[in-house]
Design a protein around this ligand. Structure first.
Ligand SMILES: [Zn+2]
Ligand SMILES: [Zn+2]
Length: 206
C-alpha cells in the first residue's frame, strides 16, 4: 500500500515539475523577439545588448511595446538612448496613430458634377445626368482608338481607357505608330516631358 502511495506521489511531483518547466518555456518564448522584430529594432539603432535587455524585460512582439506605452518608459526599462527609444515607439505605435487619425477617405468612385459640383448619389452610373442641374455630370471624352466619345473612364464602344483631352492627339499618334490599345495610356504616363515634346513636334509636323 505504502509503495503505491509513494509512486503516486512521485508521479504527481514529476507532472508538476513538467508543467512548471513548460510554463517557464512558454514565458521565455513570449519574451523572445521574432527575427523580423529584431531586424526592425536593429534598423532603429537598438544594439545587441539593448535587444537582450528588451527580451529580459519581456518584450517580444510589437504589441508588447504598446503596453510600454511611451518612449520614456521604454528608455527606463532598457537603458536605450532617448532618440532610439522614440524611434522604436513611433514604429510600435504607428498603426495605432493611423487608426486615430482624421483622414477622410472618399470613395474613389464618388462622382461630382463637372458643371455644378454636386455630389452624385451612390447608385450613380457613368453617363447619368446630374441630380442637381440635370446636365451630363461627367466630362465627355473622345476615344483615341475608335473616335467614339462618352463619359466615364472607359470608351463604351471599344473599352479603351480615356486619356486626358490635352493628350488626345499624342494618343492618336501612338496608335498610328502601332502601339496596342492598352499600351497607349501607360506609355503616355511613362513619357518624360522631353519625350512628350518630341511627340508634339511630330503631331504638329503633319
Ligand atoms: Zn450638376
Ligand atoms: Zn473607343
Amino acid at each position: 500500500m505504502a509503495g503505491k502511495k509513494a509512486i503516486k506521489k512521485a508521479t504527481k511531483k514529476a507532472t508538476r515539475k513538467a508543467t512548471k518547466k513548460a510554463t517557464r518555456k512558454a514565458s521565455a518564448k513570449a519574451g523572445a523577439l521574432s527575427a523580423i522584430v529584431r531586424n526592425i529594432l536593429r534598423a532603429k539603432g537598438v544594439g545587441d545588448a539593448a535587444l537582450a535587455r528588451l527580451e529580459a524585460a519581456g518584450l517580444g512582439r510589437r504589441e508588447d511595446f504598446r503596453v510600454v506605452g511611451d518612449a520614456g518608459t521604454l528608455a527606463e526599462l532598457t537603458g536605450l538612448d532617448a532618440g532610439v527609444a522614440r524611434r522604436v515607439m513611433a514604429w510600435a505605435l504607428g498603426s495605432l496613430a493611423g487608426a486615430g487619425g482624421t483622414v477622410v477617405v472618399e470613395s474613389p468612385d464618388m462622382v461630382t458634377c463637372v458643371r455644378c459640383g454636386a455630389r452624385q448619389p451612390k447608385d450613380y452610373k457613368s453617363g447619368d445626368l446630374c441630380v442637381h442641374c440635370g446636365k451630363q455630370a461627367e466630362p465627355v471624352f473622345a476615344c483615341y482608338w475608335c473616335s467614339a466619345s462618352g463619359p466615364g473612364r472607359y470608351c463604351r464602344a471599344c473599352g479603351a481607357s480615356f486619356v486626358s483631352p490635352g493628350e488626345l492627339e499624342l494618343a492618336i499618334l501612338l496608335k498610328r505608330d502601332g502601339l496596342p490599345k492598352d499600351e497607349i495610356p501607360k506609355r503616355l504616363e511613362a513619357l518624360s516631358p522631353a519625350e512628350k515634346e518630341a511627340l508634339w513636334g511630330r503631331v504638329h509636323k503633319r
